[in-house]
Design a protein around this ligand. Structure first.
Ligand SMILES: Cc1ncc(COP(=O)(O)O)c(C=O)c1O
Length: 307
């Protein structure tokens, strides 16, 4: 069990919110732990407990070279006294980028998987090959999404959150959103803002709900209008928004997940998509470490880098 910082819901104060009659708070999961930020804390906790309880000495997981999941898994496994192997999509590039450099500093063994093999990451045959190659490893899927992760993310909403009318969060693989749906109240609506292009995510969420036998109480919807061209794509409007948000509220967003979510929320508020009197809770799912890798890739500075 890793010690968590208390979670705060920070209510934002802004003339637009006043004008539109919308209350907006942000659940600061980014502050839950210095190394295991945001949704990763919840996604990993039951996975790592299970690995320890079942006597595994090592975990094996997957991710892209800048993955928040890889960064957090490396830190969390170290705190649980486990070894870790990170299978990274693509070719080795040296020197290591900030995410992989950190992961390695936590003891994670970094291995590379070519893109064709990486696409097989959820196939039974491929997983069986991995089990032979890396015996006695507890395997956690890409992005950490599995049933144990959903059990964890179902704990993100707390008793004090029952009065919020709308719960909004970013979607990648959908594991965090599915956990939120498990704990949603009948009077609440969950809105997921997808970081990926395409509406395939609706089907994936329905499958995750079915597989985990979750009957959600409230309503849910996924908005696919704020992907900015697709996963990890961005433009200057998004970059400017992340800076403006930081200057207004002192909250660091990233360009892959939380920046797109918050841009979407702000846009929907401006377009009167929330009823007057709505109480909106946005979940900050963490991931600021990505801003270092983003700078390395693009030479664009985002909050965290100027400090
Ligand atoms: C910071 C951040 N927010 C949101 C997400 C999306 O979470 P999920 O993959 O559970 O949909 C991720 C990816 O896991 C992430 O790293």
């Amino acid at each position: 069990m890793i010690q968590a910082n208390p979670i705060v819901n920070q209510t934002l104060d802004h003339p637009i919110l006043e004008e539109k009659g919308v209350e907006l708070a942000i659940k600061r999961l980014d502050l839950i732990h210095p190394l295991i930020s945001g949704n990763k804390f919840f996604k990993l906790k039951y996975n790592l407990e299970e690995a320890v309880n079942k006597g595994y000495k090592s975990i094996l997981t997957f991710g892209g070279a800048y993955s928040n999941h890889i960064q957090a898994s490396a830190a969390a496994t170290k705190l649980f006294g486990l070894n870790s192997i990170g299978l990274i999509r693509g070719e080795e590039t040296l020197p290591l980028n900030p995410t992989l450099d950190f992961a390695q500093s936590q003891g994670m063994k970094i291995e590379y998987v070519n893109r064709a093999d990486y696409r097989r990451k959820n196939e039974t045959e491929f997983l069986d090959e991995l089990k032979k190659k890396y015996p006695n490893c507890f395997i956690i899927p890409e992005g950490g999404t599995n049933s144990l992760a959903i059990q964890g993310t179902a704990e993100i909403l707390e008793d004090g959150d029952k009065d919020y009318s709308d719960i909004i969060l970013s979607i990648g693989t959908g594991g965090t959103f599915t956990g939120i749906l498990k704990s949603l109240q009948p009077n609440q609506k969950a809105l997921g803002i997808s970081s990926l292009k395409g509406s395939f995510i609706n089907k994936e969420i329905s499958e995750l709900l079915e597989k985990n036998q979750i009957l959600t109480n409230g309503e849910w919807e996924i908005n696919t209008a704020y992907h900015f061209g697709g996963y990890a794509k961005y433009n200057q409007v998004l970059i400017d928004f992340i800076w403006e948000f930081y200057e207004s509220f002192g909250i660091v967003l990233d360009p892959i997940y939380t920046g797109k979510m918050m841009f979407g929320i702000w846009d929907l508020i401006k377009k009167d998509q929330f009823l007057k009197g709505s109480k909106v809770l946005a979940i900050h799912t963490g991931g600021p470490q990505g801003n270092f890798g983003f700078y390395e890739r693009t030479n664009i500075k985002l909050p965290l880098l100027s400090e």
